[in-house]
Design a protein around this ligand. Structure first.
Ligand code: ATR
Length: 279
């Protein structure tokens, strides 16, 4: 039995055990995958205990522990280095714990699954928290012509852009996003969870835009997606596919087996929608 877990605080809501069990069933692996609630100041101890068990292969890490995991692990993965955040840990053969970040590749793969062309496109990224940091270099590597960050607190966007230090990565004030004329807008903020828009959409910013992506997947379509659709944006995508794809990349790192995600995204969406109907 290969043992896995996800660490977070809170963690009860996590869909990761369900998603990884689906991958394991599809690929003929026998696994256990548990949710572990670590105390806010107790991530390293909890992860160390888990990873020392017989059969423990690795674990996922979610809020608020991605920076703790980055500091704890041996990090060779460029995406994790760029994001200064780790969402996947794995025991290696030499007693070390390796750290990876699969969030960005998860987003890029979900965009590609949805037939979104990234190559040569201007991308506007709203938000400058951990969720934003993880996706910047993967989007540039996927061929984005430019990636412009806009954030409520502009100084934070500037810090994030300076840390990446790539001429394709720029910052714009939230009031000036129309000047970017983006083809793709990605919302990495949690604004949708409180039914708020992450940025104004009626200022001309949608002129060239044919895709909006909301990393939130609860109560989809979110207000951001609905208002973009009403304003004529062709394609609105929520973050459920990214959740499944970041998990698929972690599963691949751990097992060297790559799940086929198309059917699994649909099954996970059914589970999310059933849960929302009950509430
Ligand atoms: P995460 O790691 O999930 O990205 P975070 O580090 O707390 O979470 O970052 C949250 C991001 O969403 C920030 O960019 C935040 O803007 P500030 O830096 O100005 O705080 C942004 N954010 C949160 N709520 C928002 C809202 N209602 N409207 C716009 N931006 C919001």
């Amino acid at each position: 039995m290969k043992k896995f877990a996800v660490f977070g605080n809170p963690i009860a809501q996590s869909l990761s055990p369900t998603i990884h069990q689906m991958f394991a069933d599809q690929l003929g692996e026998t696994i256990s995958y548990e949710k572990i609630l670590a105390p806010e100041d107790g991530f390293v101890e909890a992860a160390t205990t888990f990873l020392a068990q017989d059969g423990a292969i690795g674990c996922n890490v979610t809020m608020p522990f991605k920076l703790d995991a980055f500091n704890f692990a041996k990090v060779d993965d460029q995406a994790a280095k760029d994001a200064q955040a780790v969402n996947t840990l794995m025991n290696d053969d030499n007693g070390k714990v390796l750290g990876y970040n699969t969030d960005g590749i998860g987003l890029v793969n979900d965009l590609l699954n949805n037939d979104v062309e990234i190559q040569g496109k201007r991308v506007l990224l709203i938000g400058a928290g951990g969720a934003a940091r993880g996706v910047i270099s993967p989007l540039i590597e996927a061929g984005a012509a430019s990636l412009t960050i806009a954030n409520r607190t502009k100084a934070k966007a500037e810090q994030v852009a300076n840390a990446v230090s790539n001429s394709k990565v720029q910052v714009v004030a939230l009031e000036d996003i129309a000047s970017v004329a983006p083809h793709i807008i990605i919302n990495s903020t949690a604004a949708s969870l409180s039914n708020e828009l992450p940025c104004s959409l009626n200022n001309g910013v949608l002129r060239n835009c044919d895709v909006v992506y909301d990393m939130v997947y609860k109560n989809s379509p979110t207000r951001f997606m609905r208002e973009a659709a009403e304003a004529g944006v062709e394609n609105q995508i929520d973050g459920l596919g990214m959740l499944v794809e970041q998990a698929a990349e972690a599963f691949y790192i751990w097992t060297q087996k790559r799940p086929d995600t198309s059917d699994i995204v649909k099954r996970v969406r059914d589970i999310v929608e059933q849960g929302e109907k009950r509430n």
